[in-house]
Design a protein around this ligand. Structure first.
Ligand code: ADP
Ligand code: MG
Ligand code: MG
Length: 252
């Protein structure tokens, strides 16, 4: 069975249709890249998958491991194994990063009917993962993302992903704000979490990221849908030719 199946997904924001029939299948073990021009709806797709308020699904279906994602709440989607990383992670003053991570992990375990991790178990796992990611343990005592550099935020997000062990991770790295340090950290995190069971979708405007994360499959997104699918060479072709041809095709 495929891991993620998106069929003819349509969605609107403030009564404006943005997604116009997205079809996408991700199998376990695959890393997909979605590339496309600004404003084509890539982030909207990520938000719709996450179940964010304000995004209205008007047609189509999404299943994760056979579970109808669109009929369940955002926290249930996370418990079902969906993880979304956005480029501008939230700052949470007053909540230590360590506490935040533990709460996120235990919330998921509870939803799945698994027992909470004991404090020593949790500390052991966080320390291991933090070490893998070269995260200074002192950072984990600071409030979530407050005053973190771009690279530190990214590391923190990858740590969260490593702890939650999602079935499907979606990373939206679209905009230009991602510095080279953060980009490499994101890539390392993704590469480390590649596994035969896990699927990943990396959304990006830039070919550059795909020099560090080599995708199995590349999709071109234009005007609210996937208009072309190919292998990793498609990313190079896009770098050379740009998106103009696809935009004209999609408009026709
Ligand atoms: P991309 O990520 O490909 O750059 P987006 O999904 O961010 O594209 O945006 C697609 C279109 O949807 C844009 O025209 C954008 O203005 C619009 N849009 C997205 N989110 C919102 C929102 N919350 N409110 C109003 N318009 C939005
Ligand atoms: Mg954009
Ligand atoms: Mg975007």
């Amino acid at each position: 069975m495929s891991l993620l199946e998106i069929k003819n997904l349509q969605a609107s924001v403030e009564d404006r249709q943005i997604l116009r029939g997205v079809d996408l299948v991700v199998n376990p073990g695959e890393v997909h890249a979605i590339m496309g021009p600004n404003g084509s709806g890539k982030s909207t797709l990520a938000h719709v998958l996450s179940g964010k308020d304000g995004y209205e699904v008007t047609g189509g279906s999404v299943t994760l491991d056979g579970i109808d994602l669109l009929s369940i709440e955002p926290d249930e989607r996370a418990a079902a194994g969906l993880f979304l990383a956005f480029q501008y992670p939230m700052e949470i003053p007053g909540v230590a990063t360590m506490t935040f991570l533990r709460t996120a992990m235990n919330a998921q375990r509870k939803k799945r009917g698994e027992p909470e991790l004991s404090t020593p178990e949790f500390m052991k796992r966080v320390r291991e993962e933090a070490k893998n990611l070269s995260i200074d343990p002192e950072m984990l005592k600071r409030p979530v993302n407050v005053g973190f550099s771009g690279g530190e935020k990214k590391r923190n997000e990858v740590l969260q992903m490593a702890l939650l062990q999602p079935k499907l991770a979606v990373l939206d790295e679209t905009d230009s704000g991602l510095d080279i340090d953060a980009l490499k950290i994101a890539a390392e995190g993704v590469n480390r979490l590649r596994s035969p069971e896990r699927g990943m979708i990396v959304i990006t405007h830039y070919q550059r990221l795909l020099e560090h994360i080599v995708p199995d499959i590349v999709h071109v997104f234009s005007r609210g849908r996937i208009v072309r699918t190919g292998g990793k060479e498609l990313a190079l072709e896009l770098e050379a030719k740009g998106y103009a041809d696809y935009e004209q095709e999609a408009a026709a």
